[in-house]
Write a protein that binds this ligand. Structure first.
Ligand SMILES: *[C@@H]1O[C@H](CO)[C@@H](O)[C@H](O)[C@H]1NC(C)=O
Ligand SMILES: *[C@@H]1O[C@H](CO)[C@@H](O)[C@H](O)[C@H]1NC(C)=O
Ligand SMILES: *[C@@H]1O[C@H](CO)[C@@H](O)[C@H](O)[C@H]1NC(C)=O
Ligand SMILES: *[C@@H]1O[C@H](CO)[C@@H](O)[C@H](O)[C@H]1NC(C)=O
Ligand SMILES: *[C@@H]1O[C@H](CO)[C@@H](O)[C@H](O)[C@H]1NC(C)=O
Ligand SMILES: *[C@@H]1O[C@H](CO)[C@@H](O)[C@H](O)[C@H]1NC(C)=O
Ligand SMILES: *[C@@H]1O[C@H](CO)[C@@H](O)[C@H](O)[C@H]1NC(C)=O
Length: 421
């Protein structure tokens, strides 16, 4: 049983190594869309540790801080969002119509600030210092870690319990990844001086360094370009390293307990805002959130978006309309890969795809029914991580599981519960 689980999770984790073929042109907003929500992972950031022995002319911002590439990605996101929403809200910041949220992490706040510079270039009465800040005005936002950085909320005790074994590679899936790549990990440990076999987080750090080296045109060290590893050339070695990028956060999003914990509250907030838009309780036109991999990917998966990674500055966009029916449309957004950005229809779970209308919209009631989790908001509650994925299956009547992926994930949960026991 565990072996089957392991294979399946292995498949999920390494699925992300296949780059997505991104469309060239963004989807146009529906003429009936009245309200838009976007969520994004922060832009490109520095690694958690810098590789030594390379000729590095980047990283001055400091470890884990947003980089110049990250700022450009975030600005590209803001510009594309403005193109997308058109005149849904004014270019100038209008406190009644827009609301933004960020995790407390510097990289998320900075990403949101730059994205909002692209989304809200001040005009006419909004201009205030054209000589120095031709197209920028400060835009306020709310910092909410329970929504957007649950793993660092101290009172969320369940978070540690669910997250720690992932972070320490103490689950069979990650142990098997290590075993399968042992030779490469040992070689890389010797070359980097990092203990990659000790913790795959170190392999993720190496992947982050390689990503930066590519963005900033840094020459590869010889051990990477021409590895002394039988049967593995530089290209293959690099691809193997990149497969470890964000390995722990992506593993979290694959597990129901971790997924709910990280994304459940945010999902509730999204649903509350959509319900408010339906009942016109407020005049909101745009809401945006900036967060991290495990949180953004988790909330996307909880919403029914099929996706196994979010690169820096990638995330989701939701359109809401009331006519001709109360409905939402789920879109992805991705950088291509730095200054430009694309917004396009997301791949959806079969359950959602089955109720999709011709123009891609899904009735709000269906969306809420399918994606809503009755998740206890207090994360130190003992029931926090015991959300039962079989909730999702109550719609199916036959003995054959209607939603194979959910069934598989259900199996994984059982696996994890066994492991955590
Ligand atoms: C959507 O699914 C298609 C077909 O499986 C795949 O080629 C494509 O990469 C997927 N797109 C995303 C954004 O996941
Ligand atoms: C907003 O843009 C749409 C589409 O371009 C146009 O039909 C509409 O009149 C505009 N609304 C306002 C208030 O300018
Ligand atoms: C801001 O939005 C509100 C609500 O839609 C609207 O009544 C007001 O006119 C807007 N303000 C400006 C300056 O456009
Ligand atoms: C790497 O980490 C593992 C686990 O913490 C430890 O057992 C091992 O001794 C470490 N190896 C080195 C070379 O430090
Ligand atoms: C890296 O090289 C490419 C191709 O020459 C260039 O377009 C890009 O601007 C360079 N990147 C940086 C950060 O200098
Ligand atoms: C590396 O190996 C792969 C698979 O054997 C091969 O397709 C590729 O052309 C090789 N690349 C180089 C640069 O030799
Ligand atoms: C939307 O609002 C209408 C009118 O208030 C209500 O009847 C309907 O149930 C709401 N739909 C959803 C999905 O909340």
């Amino acid at each position: 049983m565990l072996q089957i689980l392991t294979l399946l999770i292995h498949y999920f984790l390494f699925l992300s190594s296949n780059a997505i073929d991104l469309p060239q042109i963004s989807t146009q907003i529906s003429p009936n869309t009245e309200f838009v929500i976007f969520g994004t992972r922060h832009g490109n950031r520095n690694p958690e540790q810098f590789l030594s022995g390379i000729d590095r002319d980047w990283g001055q911002e400091g470890l884990l801080e947003l980089t110049s590439i990250g700022k450009r990605q975030a600005y590209g996101l803001g510009l594309e969002l403005r193109k997308f929403i058109g005149n849904l809200t004014s270019n100038n910041y209008n406190a009644t119509e827009v609301k933004y949220y960020s995790s407390s992490a510097n990289r998320c706040q900075m990403t949101l600030q730059v994205a909002l510079a692209g989304l809200h270039p001040p005009q006419a009465w909004g201009e205030w210092n054209r000589q120095k800040f031709a197209s920028w005005s400060p835009i306020p936002y709310t910092i909410s870690d329970p929504l957007l950085r649950m793993y660092s909320v101290p009172s969320c005790k369940q978070s540690d319990k669910v997250w720690a074994p992932i972070d320490n590679d103490q689950i069979p899936e990650l142990e098997n990844l290590k075993t399968d790549n042992l030779r490469v990990l040992e070689y890389l440990s010797a070359e980097t001086g990092w203990n990659l076999t000790g913790n795959l987080g170190q392999a993720a750090d190496l992947a982050d360094n390689v990503i930066q080296m590519d963005f900033y045109n840094t020459s590869y060290p010889k051990w990477l370009a021409q590895p002394e590893l039988d049967g593995i050339n530089g290209t293959e070695l690099k691809n193997t390293i990149l497969e470890f990028a964000e390995i722990h956060p992506r593993t979290c999003a694959v597990y129901y307990p971790c997924r709910y914990l990280m994304g459940g509250l945010w999902l509730n907030d999204v649903i509350d805002k959509l319900s408010d838009a339906n009942t016109t309780k407020n005049a909101l036109k745009v809401v945006g959130y900036a967060s991290h991999t495990e949180i953004t990917l988790s909330v996307m998966k909880l919403m029914g978006i099929e996706r196994d990674e979010v690169t820096t500055s990638a995330g989701f966009v939701i359109e809401f309309r009331r006519r001709p029916s109360v409905a939402v449309r789920l879109l992805n957004h991705d950088p291509t890969p730095i200054d430009t950005h694309v917004i396009y229809p997301a791949n959806l779970t079969k359950e959602l795809a089955d109720v999709q209308e011709a123009d891609g919209f899904i009735r709000l009631a269906d969306f809420v029914r399918i994606s809503y989790s009755d998740w206890p908001k207090k994360c130190d509650a003992p029931s926090c991580a015991k959300d039962d994925p079989s909730n999702y299956d109550t719609e199916s009547s036959g003995s054959q599981p209607k939603y194979p992926q959910l069934f598989v994930i259900g199996l994984m949960v059982i696996g994890l519960l066994i492991i955590l026991d």
